[in-house]
Design a protein around this ligand. Structure first.
Ligand code: MTE
Length: 414
């Protein structure tokens, strides 16, 4: 059975378990709690896992040329994607953790499905080996945080928002291999009247402002689950890394990243609609432009493009620069990308370097020879095959989700 290197050996784990708070029981489902759940900090301190520039609770190394640490999260530097291909290597992939990465062992992990939406109504378990024995599927999909680009509401539109101040690097593309969630649901005996699922992670409960919100979980409609959701155990051809959900996570293509629950432990299957704080308090749109009491829980991500250049980069005058970037849309494949190198007065088409596909991004390039020295604003604007185009302004919401407007990218010509 594959295990992700550098897996802590059993002796280290026993030591770690003695030092670490045990993974708490899953509210009536203690049997599904992993025997080997070790918070990342403890694992790192013992030398059992790789060290590096650290964010609290993240296992992998976070070199500053690739990442900006934001609290418990690590944002990828978008400019650093310039030397990556269509897939984001796992060691360059952003990490969004509500708490910290649990170091789980595939050999004693199991998934439990339970609830009144199952025939027979008793819980059904799958071991890691049983999942690996089911027919596998492989697909490329982006994972993008709902709040990617959030800081631009403030820096570009002058509007206040709450939450992690992501710039544009809370997104990455990977090739995921796993099993269809629909196959697992059928095998577990999903009933005809089941309407909602609630996948839940095995990371520690999320506590904020003195309130314990429980483990990270968010309702997922049965219709989406049967469409294209997978239980992934591989990322870019390797077992899932600890920080990205080892041993098994959900991948919910085209939806906001919160739907793709990592370190999956159990899934409630329900004949009634379900809620959690991740569908009532967060991941909905609040503010004057939205229904009072908030929008429905957000689902599909938005449309974006970005230059693979640092904000504030200096470019030499009277030289041809090959500007590069990426464009993506959760609604449809990208159709075209236009760029402006004069603050939005003139626009021209960028050359697309990849065949546009749904749930992926395309790389684009455009030559630029600046003559005048001084500050310049670069812009890029994606249009997708469904006719969506990035607008000049994104519709504000208080938690800063779904920023899809054209980004004004400052550079200096010297
Ligand atoms: N799943 C669990 N169990 N715990 C989490 O904190 N974060 C979610 C989602 N799944 C999260 C989770 C959010 S908000 C995002 S954007 C994605 O995981 C990020 O996935 P990544 O860290 O692999 O990039």
């Amino acid at each position: 059975m594959p295990s992700y290197p550098p897996a802590p050996d059993r002796r280290s784990l026993l030591k770690l378990l003695a030092a670490a708070p045990a993974a708490s029981a899953l509210g009536g489902l203690a049997a599904t709690a992993p025997a080997h759940a070790v918070p990342a900090q403890t694992a790192r301190a013992s030398g059992a896992v790789a060290s590096g520039a650290v964010a609290s609770g993240i296992v992998k190394s976070l070199p500053s040329e690739w990442f900006t640490v934001r609290g418990t999260n690590a944002e990828a530097r978008f400019d650093s994607f310039a030397d990556t291909g269509l897939l984001t290597p796992a060691d360059r992939f952003f990490v969004r953790n509500h708490t910290s990465t649990p170091v789980l062992d595939a050999s004693d992990w199991r998934l439990t499905l339970w609830g009144d939406g199952l025939h027979g109504r008793s819980p059904v378990h799958f071991t890691y080996g049983q999942l690996r024995d089911l027919p596998s599927v492989t697909r490329t999909a982006l994972i993008e945080c709902a709040g990617n680009g959030r800081s631009l509401y403030t820096s570009q539109q002058g509007e206040p928002v709450t939450g992690t101040s992501w710039t544009l690097g809370a997104v990455g593309a990977a090739r995921w291999r796993g099993v269809r969630l629909s196959d697992v649901l059928r095998r577990a005996g999903i009933a005809h009247d089941a309407v909602a699922l609630q996948p839940r992670g095995l990371d520690d409960p999320y506590v904020s402002g003195g309130v314990d919100y429980g483990r990270v979980r968010r309702p997922l409609p049965v219709a989406k689950a049967f469409d294209d959701v997978i239980l992934a155990y591989e990322m870019n051809g390797e077992p899932l890394p600890y920080d990205h959900g080892h041993p098994v996570r959900l991948v919910v293509p085209s939806w906001v990243g919160i739907a793709s629950i990592k370190w999956l432990g159990d899934i409630e299957v329900s004949a009634r609609p379900l809620t959690s704080p991740w569908s009532t308090d967060w991941y909905r749109l609040f503010g004057p432009a939205h229904p009072s009491g908030g929008s429905d829980p957000i689902t599909v991500q938005t449309i974006k493009s970005a230059y693979e250049l640092p904000f504030g980069a200096t470019l030499e005058a009277d030289r041809v620069h090959r500007l590069t970037g990426r464009a993506w849309s959760a609604h449809a494949p990208v159709r075209s990308v236009e760029v402006s190198t004069d603050g939005g007065t003139h626009w021209r088409r960028a050359r697309l370097l990849d065949t546009p596909r749904r749930d992926g991004w395309v790389r684009w390039t455009v030559p630029w020879r600046p003559h005048r020295t001084g500050p310049v604003t670069l812009l890029s604007r994606t249009t997708d095959a469904a006719g969506n185009t990035q607008p000049e302004r994104a519709v504000h919401n208080t938690q800063g989700y779904l920023f899809g407007a054209v980004v004004r990218h400052p550079v200096t010509v010297a």
